[in-house]
Design a protein around this ligand. Structure first.
Ligand code: ZN
Length: 60
């Protein structure tokens, strides 16, 4: 049996990012090397971008 580990490169540090299961579009992953959050923009072919930092909006 083959495992379906999918890999891509971290756009931040070029480290290899592995997904043990097929990622979903919009899924957030974390680079194990630099710790940046990555958003999956395309499942096939696999593509990720650095997720924008969460804006903590407490309102006024
Ligand atoms: Zn990284």
């Amino acid at each position: 049996m083959t495992t379906h580990v999918q890999t891509t490169e971290c756009p931040e540090c070029d480290a290899r990012v592995e997904f043990s299961r097929p990622p979903l579009c919009g899924e957030i992953a974390r680079c194990g090397d630099c710790g940046v959050e990555l958003e999956v923009t395309s499942a096939s072919p696999l593509a990720v971008v650095v997720a924008p930092p969460v804006q903590e909006d407490w309102g006024e």
